[in-house]
Design a protein around this ligand. Sequence first.
Ligand code: BTN
Length: 259
Amino acid sequence: MIKNNINTKIIGNNIIYYDEVDSTNSIAWDIALNNKNCEGTVVIANTQKSGKGRGKNIWFSPPCTGLWMSVLLQPKLNPIHASKFTMLASLAVADALRNVANVTPVLKWPNDVLINSKKISGILTEMKNETDIINFLVIGIGVNVNIVEFPSELRNTATSLMIETNKEISRDELLQHLLIEMDKLYLSFQSDGFLPIRDKWQEYSDIDGKFVKIKNFPGNGNSEIFQGQAIGIDEDGLLIVRTDTGIQKKVQSGEVTIL
Ligand code: BTN
């Protein structure tokens, strides 16, 4: 039904639905390992038994209440570009939420979508790559749609569209918009590069000028913690922070706390 209602070029050309899975990311990963061409395939489930969040967190994925999905992409690019696709996905989520539910989402670098300072959606991108080429990306997207109540440990930090709007939102409609937005952005990335996406992303972000604490994961296994003032997002999607000692640092991946 979803496929018949959208007219996308790449994203959603193949949609695989499950009632229950451990994690749509794991299913998508296996599909990509076994299929040379899986660009645009979407795996979606009604519920996940062990949905994966960032930093080994479990992603709360109860039945019938959210979009729990993974999108496979195969951009012929160096792995350093991977995080741009996480930003592309979070931008697509923000656009879809605004268009369907008339809410005003805020994007928190690198991958969170917030409403009223609480998380409504998160993205977990996993990648298989060689030294200089991406084999595939699994872009896992979780959107809390009609969740009425969160477990106590999430109550202060998580929200859903239902909680924010007091309305039940059609998951089908939201999914269709999300796939359409993501397709548009992916095509725009292919024709015009990342800058227009970065610019649009920044319109949803309110981090510029704020004082932040960064737990940086530079990729060499050693994390570092520092504080500073967020200056913006650079042309590659890295967060620029002026540290307390006046040095400008670029953060590729990490956790940001607004102070
Ligand atoms: C985060 O911690 O912010 C990332 C959450 C990503 C959750 C989604 S739900 C669908 C997909 N499958 C998973 O196992 N995780 C992602």
